[in-house]
Design a protein around this ligand. Structure first.
Ligand SMILES: Cc1cc2nc3c(=O)[nH]c(=O)nc-3n(C[C@H](O)[C@H](O)[C@H](O)COP(=O)(O)OP(=O)(O)OC[C@H]3O[C@@H](n4cnc5c(N)ncnc54)[C@H](O)[C@@H]3O)c2cc1C
Length: 489
């Protein structure tokens, strides 16, 4: 008998979503990730949970409606990670006429009819705080509701849920070979040790590595797909309102400027074809300049490339075997035959539709195994067992219980851990009860939790994926964190 029902190669959003879905349906699942969870494209998403206005512009109304239904699901199952926001589009007659924007947003409201988020509105920015950050010529803007998500923690919490439902999650485990017989026989280098694993079905969820894994690990004809790079920049906070600005760039692309980790602004995205090793994706100077220019058309405060404190880039596969451009739904293919163990291949797609994509893919295995019904739309992710409208109430409870936390600290912790915050803070009565401090926010207690429960092994795993505390951590504290992690039990 095979060790597992399903082996998944790749611990990005697609891989962990498959793991969560399959483990919750009773399959024996193993996931192999060569580095850290979400270290590939999944940490470079635009961080939006949305119906996508650009898809609406292409008149793909059913897609928009389906994505907005997913938005409702995310709000319900991940109220800590997903935050409803007002998105603001300054009217700009050079790009899209105001009547077009207004009618598009009314349609967007209609397509999202099940949600309780506020409807779109027209605002006079000359008398509204939204206008403070904008250049003078903008008199009118349109406002609508959508959501932002902590994309990296979404990956981690999918993996935590999968593990709690029985999946084996292995980070630092590179799959180097997979032989297809009536079951799959995989060889993995797991933290330096070669391991052989057998599984009844295999999923290749390796993002930009999909074709090379097919060719060199599975030794099959690689799918005909292209790779694109997507990048964003982080600068010091450019505005005080808690809204996302949506700018219509001169090339008709929509550029988003979002509040990011309290003191910063995230601006993106820019994308183009990518060639090379997906593990080493860096942002080109021309792309940084492009995003600065896009922001400078709208914001009063100018930004230059020198103001960029961090760039965020990832590479992702975008074509399916027919050469059709992979839509926001991504691509999931299924291959099985007499005497051939099943193979799922899943790549691309956006964050909003990732849960549904995994549900569809795992359902393809139904003829092969007895498994329980679809379930992921109803079950909260770890820590998400409260209504999204109760986020502030949750915050009050936390501040009442751990009085030494500042509002900003409590906010970050609730947004990261939701109702599981107690597992991080325990019975601490003061900040010193939480152990050594690394930078202004991180404590030994949180580091221990992340190592024990969320597979963190190295400082970057914590500073850039399980949090974004790397933005504010001084170099000497980073060194202290590395030393602490190296010796932590
Ligand atoms: C260019 C680009 C476009 C995007 N477009 C959108 C968008 O429009 N909207 C949106 O919401 N989001 C978008 N996203 C982000 C979205 O999050 C990604 O599409 C999604 O997260 C892809 O996840 P993945 O799991 O397929 O890939 P990845 O996150 O890259 O994960 C693949 C993983 O496989 C691992 N791996 C590779 N080979 C092996 C091996 N041999 N053994 C073990 N592990 C291996 C890698 O280490 C990696 O962690 C985009 C991202 C990028 C970079």
């Amino acid at each position: 008998m095979a060790d597992y029902d399903l082996a998944i190669i790749g611990g990005g959003l697609n891989g962990v979503s498959l793991a969560r879905d399959a483990a919750g349906r009773g399959l024996r699942v193993i996931l192999l990730e060569q580095g850290d969870l979400g270290a590939g494209a999944s940490q470079a998403s635009p961080r939006l949970i949305h119906g996508d206005l650009s898809v609406l512009e292409r008149r793909a109304f059913l897609r928009v409606r389906a994505a907005l239904a997913e938005r409702d699901i995310w709000l319900r199952i991940a109220p800590h990670l997903v935050r409803p926001m007002r998105f603001v589009i300054p009217a700009h007659s050079d790009e899209r006429p105001s009547w077009l924007l207004r009618s598009g947003l009314l349609l967007y409201d209609r397509l999202a009819s099940r949600t309780h988020l506020p409807a779109s509105a027209t605002i006079d920015v000359t008398h509204h705080p939204i206008g403070n950050a904008l250049k003078r010529p903008f008199g009118t803007a349109f406002e609508y509701s959508d959501c932002v998500v902590d994309d990296s923690r979404l990956v981690i919490l999918n993996a935590v849920d999968a593990a709690e439902r029985g999946a084996s999650i292995r980070t630092g485990a590179r799959c180097v070979r997979a032989d297809r017989l009536d079951t799959w026989r995989l060889s993995a280098i797991d933290r330096g040790h070669r391991q052989v694993i057998t599984a009844r079905a295999l999923a290749n969820a390796t993002g930009a590595w999909t074709a090379s894994v097919a060719e060199t690990v599975l030794r099959m004809p690689p799918p005909n797909l292209a790779t694109v790079q997507m990048s964003q920049i982080v600068v010091r906070r450019l505005f005080d309102t808690d809204s996302v600005y949506v700018f219509q760039n001169s090339d008709r692309r929509l550029i988003f400027a979002s509040p990011y980790e309290r003191d910063f602004t995230l601006i993106g995205t820019v994308g183009h074809a990518f060639k090379g090793d997906p593990a080493i994706v860096s942002m080109q100077a021309a792309d940084v300049a492009y995003l600065c220019d896009a922001a400078n058309r709208y914001f009063r405060e100018r930004i230059e490339p020198v103001d960029v404190v961090r760039t965020v880039s990832g590479a992702n596969a975008v074509m399916d075997p027919q050469g059709r451009r992979a839509a926001r739904d991504g691509v999931a293919t299924f291959d099985a035959g007499r005497g051939k163990a099943p193979l799922l291949t899943m790549f691309g797609g956006d964050v909003t539709t990732s849960r549904r994509r995994a549900e569809w893919a795992v359902s393809r295995l139904t003829p092969f195994y007895p498994m329980s019904a679809r379930w992921t739309a109803k079950a909260p992710l770890p820590g998400g067992d409260f209504a999204w409208s109760r986020f502030d109430a949750q915050l009050d409870v936390v501040r009442e219980r751990w009085r030494f936390l500042t509002e900003a600290q409590a906010q970050r912790l609730v947004a990261a851990y939701g109702s599981r915050i107690e597992a991080v803070l325990g019975d601490a009565k003061s900040r010193t009860d939480l152990g050594p401090a690394f930078g202004p926010e991180l404590t030994g207690a949180e580091v221990r939790y992340l190592m024990a429960r969320e597979w963190a092994r190295f400082p970057d795993d914590i500073l850039w994926r399980r949090s974004k505390l790397g933005l504010t951590m001084p170099p000497q504290d980073r060194d202290a964190l590395a030393a602490f992690m190296a010796t932590a039990p």
